[in-house]
Design a protein around this ligand. Sequence first.
Ligand SMILES: [Zn+2]
Length: 186
Amino acid sequence: MIEEEIVEYYKLLYLRGLSTLLSGNISVRSGDLILITPTSLPKPLLRPEDLVYIDFEGRVVKGTRQPSSEWRMHAAVYRRRPDVGAIVHVHPVHSTLLAERIKPDLFLEGDIYIGGPLAVVPPLQPGTWELAEAVADALARANVAVLKKHGVVAVGRSLAEAVNRVEVVEDLAKATLINLWINSGI
Ligand SMILES: [Zn+2]
């Protein structure tokens, strides 16, 4: 069941230090609806029944919780990218701080996994249509966007692909930092 898959992937993201207890959101496209994580609840403790189905206007179609406050971002990206089946948004520290300084070519497989350029979005108020549209614009030609002073949004055809992209970008950000240390002669 896809609900269980989302819950399990969230645990993995949390255990890898890519998400804090309450932050971030995950969704998958489900026909004309979006299956998305709820707001406020501790994410690694979510149960499949905590997830909600919403339409593209944010109305809850199935489920008892309130959707993530970033549902606009998910809706805007799915509208812009018919090929996208899953979206992951978390707040990994290294990626967020390094943003445009991340060097995808430090790993030979970096570009392959990311599958395009790394987009960067300026700091914008979370939960707004302004942020949602800026992220959708950025992801029109990219699979990962770093939201400055905020976090990362990764898309994929599948949930696994999107989660992997978050991991790869954070690893690349760490590698970029280590590379800076090496080159500074420490
Ligand atoms: Zn966020």
